[in-house]
Design a protein around this ligand. Structure first.
Ligand code: P6P
Length: 339
């Protein structure tokens, strides 16, 4: 077993910044602050079943504080960790309808942070892995002014960094700054994220497909044909595939990162844009996946090239092993031609 270099997340980020002569180190501080928030959220997520902080119980906890839903806790924790570092001009969260301004008493920086504080939190009662997803841009409006919605609504190709934290049997921080996708596992004994996978490469093809088959009736005809194709027996093309669907995007995508395969949340006749959000779910995941040699599209177009219109807009997503994503795109294009 190859010995991993003893590399912490902080050191890896700083070394990565050295690849950019013009780097000011601000991005390193931003990612470091995010990793701090991740450690604190991980603590609460792992205690959730014990201290019953799920749902609005209306009770007060031992500190006399009103018990918060875990995703609101994660949202508040991220804001508290990120709003005073002086690196951000604006934030946006899945939990807030509007953009989140930096308090006037704090310095305004040059970056923009969008996040889903705790994706999949409805699963935590069943102890299913859940996660935080984040996306980072440089601002496009003038410096030293409050950030705006325009700073947030940038195409995914403009991301300077993106990542997720998966809170599972261990807490894993996965990020890219545009030079590969790297994974770090939290060692709770001394509170550091240690390098576990450097430059992750998603297999070009893998026999795993991940989709909620309960929506089969409502799918595009080409998608129905693709799923049936995967279920046929054919040794030459390594079929049938295995079906794996956790119902928690971060967990399903993380499996893809390591084992390959295709994750799909398609549009259907009831949800014309699918379910998952472009700005703080699909764009960051697409940036991570492409930096790991995979592919992420809405069935026709690269996710990263979609021009955002609304902060919370939804898009269909097909993401993971490059050849598998190309295959489903072919099935859907062919079915459209036949219509
Ligand atoms: P469905 C979790 O609620 C979530 O937002 C994603 O994490 C997950 O991929 C998706 O929804 C699951 O949705 O409709 O299959 O339950």
């Amino acid at each position: 077993m190859e010995q991993h270099k003893f590399m912490t997340l902080s050191r890896h980020i700083i070394e990565g910044e050295k690849m950019h002569p013009e780097a000011t180190g601000e991005l390193s501080y931003l990612l470091r602050d995010l990793s701090l928030a991740a450690k604190v959220i991980s603590l609460e997520v792992n205690k959730a079943g014990l201290v019953d902080i799920l749902g609005f119980t209306g009770d007060n906890n031992v500190h006399g504080e009103q018990v918060k839903k875990l995703d609101m806790y994660a949202h508040d924790m991220l804001i508290r960790a990120m709003d005073h570092g002086g690196h951000l001009c604006v934030m946006a969260s899945e939990e807030e309808v509007e953009i989140i301004h930096i308090p006037k008493k704090h310095k305004v920086g040059k970056y923009v942070l969008l996040f889903d504080p705790l994706d999949g939190s409805s699963n935590i009662d069943a102890n299913v892995s859940i996660g935080t997803i984040f996306s980072i841009y440089q601002r496009i409006t003038p410096e030293n002014t409050p950030g705006t919605l325009e700073d947030c609504l940038q195409q995914g190709t403009k991301q300077v960094a993106a990542g997720y934290v998966v809170y599972g049997s261990s807490t894993i921080f996965v990020y890219t700054a545009g030079h590969g996708t790297h994974a770090f596992t939290l060692d709770p004994s001394f509170g550091e994220f240690l390098l576990s996978y450097e430059n992750l490469q998603i297999p070009k093809k893998a026999k795993i497909y991940s989709i909620n088959e309960g929506n089969y009736l409502y799918w595009h005809k080409g998608l129905k044909k693709y799923i049936k194709y995967l279920q046929e027996e054919d040794k030459e093309t390594d079929r049938p595939y295995s079906s794996r669907y956790i119902g928690s995007m971060v967990a399903d995508i993380h499996r893809n990162m390591l084992y390959g395969g295709i994750f799909m949340y398609p549009a259907d006749s009831r949800h014309p844009n699918g379910k998952l959000r472009l700005m703080y779910e699909c764009n960051p995941m697409a940036f991570l996946i492409e930096n790991a040699g995979g592919r992420a599209s809405n069935g026709k177009q690269r996710i990263l090239e979609i021009k955002p219109e609304k902060l919370h807009q939804r898009v269909p997503i097909f993401a993971g092993s490059e050849e598998d994503v190309k295959m489903v795109e072919k099935f859907m294009a062919k079915a459209e031609k036949e219509e």
